[in-house]
Design a protein around this ligand. Sequence first.
Ligand SMILES: [Cu+2]
Length: 312
Amino acid sequence: MRTVFVILCLSVGMILMGQPLLAKTHTVEMTAVEKDVVIDGEGTTYAAWTFNGQFPGPVVRVTEGDTVKFKLTNPAENKHPHAMDFHAAEIDFLKNYRAINAGETIEYTFVARKPGIFYYHCGAPPMIQHVARGMFGAIIVDPKNSKAWAKADREYVLIQSEFFKNPDDVQAMFDRKFDHMLFNGGVFKYHPFVTGGGKLDAKPGERVRVYFVNAGPNEFSAFHPIGEIWDNVYESGNPSNRLNGVQTYVVGPGSAATFDVVVESAGAYPLVTHSLTGALRGAIAVLLASPDAKPAPLMPMTPWELAPKPAQ
Ligand SMILES: [Cu+2]
């Protein structure tokens, strides 16, 4: 009886401290899909390589200490080898991140020991092309102590990447000759003044948390909220790495950070890379603060499916 009481007290105590009771095991399965995707509001398509047919791939979300059992399938109808590299994992690269041919699968397991926002990507050679064509995404590892940071009222995942209009021109990728800069696989995807563009919603006073990943393959991002200041930036999304009152924060290719902004008043706040050659070629996401803002998914408009154009 006494033992049961002690366990009960410990359990209640851990819940009150924001600690989950048990680590979980997550089965994550992805398929490499070589397919056309929509990359702008005009309906332009691009011969992408994707995880699960989505550009970027699906957001994986676990809690610090959880185990991820991962399986990648490269279907027989594909033409290229593919692979998967999770930056949230601490495991042998040669064994686990090797490329597999069409018709093969690979499985591995890792424990997500460090909280944060991490990049994942295909590492099959030439990796610069597999990333440029869309084989990347984000894994959020929530801190096991949810009280390690302020609670967010609204959360978004934003992934920056360069777009090369000729998907086979690997030399252009090496030469950094990108044509557009994308957020979540689209040109001005969250820009309401651009045809087919959307927005990111928030209410005034909310703490908006942006899990930001720079997929590259080459350029640095200088992430800045126009009309606002980041209340907090967390390097790699780890609550221990907290900065206060940051105007612009550099996220290198293959890195990530978590950005909190409390928007004081209604209005439009474009989130941009202040490296203007990127912003003006597509990397502007408008955060629109309005009292009637609706709930929104972590990565709105992904996949980007446009309404059919009316017949001429
Ligand atoms: Cu690949």
